[in-house]
Design a binder for this molecule. Sequence first.
Ligand SMILES: *Cc1c(COP(=O)(O)O)cnc(C)c1O
Length: 431
Amino acid sequence: MKKISIEAQIQLDAEHIWHPYSAMHSDSPVYHVESAHGVMLHLSDGARLVDGMASWWCAIHGYNHPTINQAVARQLQKMAHVMFGGLTHEPAIRLVDKLIKITPAGLNSVFISDSGSVSVEVAMKMAIQYWHASGLPDKQRFVTIRNGYHGDTFGAMSVCDPLTGMHSLFSSILSEQFFVDRPGSRFGEAVSDDDIAPLETLLNQQHQQLAALILEPIVQGAGGMYFYSADYLARARELCDHYDVLLIADEIATGFGRSGKLFACEHAGIAPDIMCIGKSLTGGYMSLAATLTNDRVSAGIDSGNPGVFMHGPTFMANPLACAVANASIDLLLEKDWLATVNFIEARLQRGLAACKELPQVAEVRILGAIGVVELKQAVNMKAITRQFVDAGVWIRPFGKLVYLMPAYVMSAEELDYLCAALVNVVSQQPC
Ligand SMILES: *Cc1c(COP(=O)(O)O)cnc(C)c1O
């Protein structure tokens, strides 16, 4: 293989490669990663960064974990992939067996797919097919909460926040859905009648055309890093039952312990009718997601026309990815993950407390292994990213939000270092 210098690689990247939500020819640099170990990113220029992002919620056990590496190697000896149409295999079967045991009660039917957005498409199609099969074909639309994020494909995008999702740009092709304001009641607070009223009114008026309410339970992620009342979620579940609307919980970001429960629905003691998981499902090793549903929905779909569920990705239940997911879930559950998440929460509380005094800061919010510092003004991404890299940390804010979601294996010293760097860099922002 011909060697390409780092400079030449970066040049090729700049000329030809899109990065997430970026311009093709952008003046924002991308940093070249040589390798990653534990919680450290090793840049090709020799810099070592403490990673505060866990690659967007995913890398819960850190990078290059020997146990997961071994699971990949072992599965590779058998097969990397076979089609899932008409065939099955142990990695998928073991994974599904685990998932139905650890997720909220009743979610017994599982559709494995290749990314979070696809799992949301699948969830929406399940809801529509269920109502069609039940003789209510008018129930094809969705209600969701503003400031949500559910992915970038068209179905998922239609239930993302209309402003940040740029609905006006795609208005002629996006399905029109219903939106209610996010609850004002925060995590730990009871929900007020005023807070739940918009959802109740909407369900009351539109339930005949509503297939499902789709929401991110407790933690709104990429749409605003906001933690809301568990009581709201419990009331939403009751309202869905009352108006015969399915509840879809998008746990793609919150799943696997991040919010202080294995799944965020547990904060409200509810089970959704359909649940999406992804991101940390494989410990950040590769793309895999799943949509789980209950017997009511799966039996309904079976009983209707065409009697099959209309989806089937080429890489469905990829054996390598399933083997990795099995290893990641075992690693999580064999340790006291809750004590770890509680420890990170306490350390973030302590480490980010100084932010509350800064004139740049509007609010500091912490839940589980998630720390959010909301600034008064949007950051200059290019400048602040450079400052973080110079401070030896990898933190990637968006808009006014500077946030941390460290790997669960991060040590107390590394957490303190990460928080101190965040406080220091934020204190240098214009205000
Ligand atoms: C990341 C995310 C998605 C989309 O997942 P992809 O794997 O990026 O397609 C959907 N919903 C939530 C809540 C997410 O955080």
